[in-house]
Write a protein that binds this ligand. Structure first.
Ligand code: PEP
Ligand code: MG
Length: 561
């Protein structure tokens, strides 16, 4: 029995049998091509690329109708990359000028392209080098006559196949008949690699970035895959298997019970209603939010609109994305958080990080300095407000002056929309995020100017406890129930109450079962969270007597347990 680890995707435990993909291109041959054979070698390369194109087209044609749209999108992206002269023509030049064989030319060219991607600061773009690698390997496999995974009918061999591969391109996943795959394990990739994104939307548990999966796992090995924490147990003994089967049963039972309260009210034992909304990052996340019966979107992080592209999104790009969500929401509110770039969220190398990015030019500070980033988004939010319950939320506020500048800008844009005759909701609700201790401590000064406050505990905790949220070394100090954090929340809730405006919480703490009782005790009546946590939180609310939580909350505020 052996225990391996990686980044877990999905909330499930799976027990299955390892199907190790042996399509890896391990040793690519390298040899010199005589002048007289250069044309033949180029022809061989063209044939391998043409075969790759055909394979991808066939896989795209066979995608089951019920698959998520991303599946075809990823394959389409690979087809487009295949057409790019950097991949199709540059290697031909390498063959002619350096007299090297096609395999070597593809390796050299793909390596230099991957290096360019790797230097990009944005995590999403830098991981796009994986796509180049996957296409290059497909071409190599064709050159070397290695059977394509689609014809290997691998998943037929076992009843419960867990695919184990060095890497798994989206096209490979689709070729393997995803409905049969129980889980995916890969050496490469991270939580936002395309393989991971596709696994997530197909609902297949996965553990990616395992580094050594293909070295330690043998074809046919029994595996326990715990997508919740990224643990993989190879060849488990009977006792471990029994324990995990039991765990899986209770997980499934819990999921069934939680499903049963999906339509029930989010009301505490003593009759207090608590609004539960969803945090989303992309329009497609709306599906999960609706499945959990969220009362609305409490936080739409709009940064994704700026990522994976080499120009800024236009006003219409914003507007269309907002409309795609709004269409599904009916009367439920959608809270659009204006751009919060900077710190750990960057779009390209052009944003100067500064010596201390978390304390630097991020969120509203950046937007106020770069109107080209901000104005199209503000106009699009105002335009969308004519079509549904749109609310605007400003991140990273630390001084009232910022708020006044934002209002001046919004008023100016409202005037120009009015002049153009473009509809918008003149009473659009504008809220502020409380993520900087300064904003919490002076929440009573902010509240009278705003329609709502939303506490962003991810940043609030980082700043209050001076622990960089992306630094593993200080992670152990992360404590949402630290009295200082609770006092900041308490101040904010009270300031909101005094001004008569709602206070919500949209940081991770809002979906944390360990913190729920305290948050209710502090008076929070609105929480926004990852939809995956919503039913569990609702279940707990329904079992909580809020009036009985106040004493403990009071003790915690005073540093007692
Ligand atoms: C937060 O800081 O709690 C928050 C919700 O914003 P983000 O995690 O996007 O910084
Ligand atoms: Mg934040």
């Amino acid at each position: 029995m052996l225990s391996l680890h990686g980044a877990g995707i999905g909330k499930e435990i799976t027990i299955g049998t390892a199907c190790v993909l042996s399509q890896d291109v391990v040793d690519t041959p390298e040899y010199r091509v005589p002048r007289s054979r250069i044309d033949d070698e180029i022809y061989r390369l063209r044939a391998a690329i043409a075969a790759a194109r055909l394979q991808l087209i066939q896989i795209r044609q066979n995608i089951p109708a019920e698959s998520p749209p991303e599946a075809a999108g990823f394959i389409e992206a690979h087809l487009m990359m295949l057409e790019d002269p950097m991949l199709s023509q540059a290697p031909e030049e390498l063959i002619s000028y350096q007299q090297i064989n096609a395999e070597q030319a593809i390796s050299m060219q793909s390596q230099s392209l991957i290096e360019v991607f790797e230097q990009m600061e944005d995590e999403y773009l830098s991981s796009r080098g994986d796509d180049i690698q996957q296409i290059a390997e497909r071409i190599q496999r064709n050159l070397m006559g290695i059977e394509d995974v689609s014809s290997a009918s691998l998943t037929e061999e076992f009843k419960d196949p867990v695919i184990v591969a060095r890497d798994l391109a989206p096209a490979d996943t689709m070729a393997l008949k995803p409905s049969r795959i129980r889980a995916i394990l890969t050496n490469l990739g991270g939580p936002i690699s395309h393989s991971a994104i596709l696994a997530r939307s197909l609902g297949i548990p996965a553990v990616v970035g395992m580094h050594v999966a293909t070295s330690y796992i043998q074809h046919g090995d029994k595996l326990i895959v715990d997508g919740r924490n990224g643990n993989v147990i190879v060849a488990p003994d009977e006792q471990t298997l029994k324990a995990y089967r039991q765990l899986r049963r209770s997980d499934r039972e819990q999921a069934r019970q939680l499903n049963a309260i999906k339509k029930s009210g989010s009301v505490s034992k003593d009759g207090v209603r608590v609004t539960l909304q969803a945090n989303i990052e992309m329009p497609r996340d709306i599906r999960a939010a609706l499945n959990a019966n969220a009362a609305g979107i409490g936080l739409f992080r709009t940064e994704y609109l700026y990522m994976n592209r080499d120009n800024l999104p236009t006003e219409n790009d914003h507007f269309n994305a907002y409309m795609r969500i709004l269409r599904h929401l009916g009367k439920r509110p959608m809270t659009i958080r204006t751009l919060d770039l900077g710190s750990d969220k960057t779009i390209d190398g052009s944003l100067e990080a500064g010596s201390n990015p978390a304390l630097g030019l991020r969120g509203i500070r950046l937007c106020l300095q770069r109107p080209a980033l901000f104005i199209p988004q503000l106009r699009a939010i105002l335009r969308a407000s004519a079509h549904g319950q749109v609310r605007m939320m400003i991140p990273m506020l630390s001084s009232l002056n910022e708020l006044h500048q934002v209002f001046d800008l919004i008023n100016e844009l409202k005037r120009s929309l009015r002049k153009e005759g473009t509809p918008y909701n003149s009473k659009i609700k504008i809220g502020g995020m409380v993520e900087v201790p300064a904003a919490a401590i002076s929440a009573d000064l902010f509240a009278p100017h705003l329609d709502f406050l939303s506490i962003g505990t991810n940043d609030l905790i980082q700043y209050a406890l001076a622990i960089d949220r992306v630094d593993d070394e200080v992670n152990y100090l992360y404590n949402p129930l630290h009295p200082s954090v609770l006092r900041l929340i308490d101040m904010t809730v009270r300031a909101g109450d005094k001004a008569g405006i709602p206070v919500t919480m949209c940081g991770e703490m809002a979906g944390d079962v360990e913190s729920l009782e305290t948050l209710l005790g502090l008076g929070l009546r609105s929480l926004s969270m990852d939809p995956a946590n919503m039913l569990e939180i609702k279940n707990l609310i329904r079992r909580t007597d809020i009036s009985a939580t106040r004493e403990r909350t009071h003790r915690l505020l005073n540093g007692l347990h």
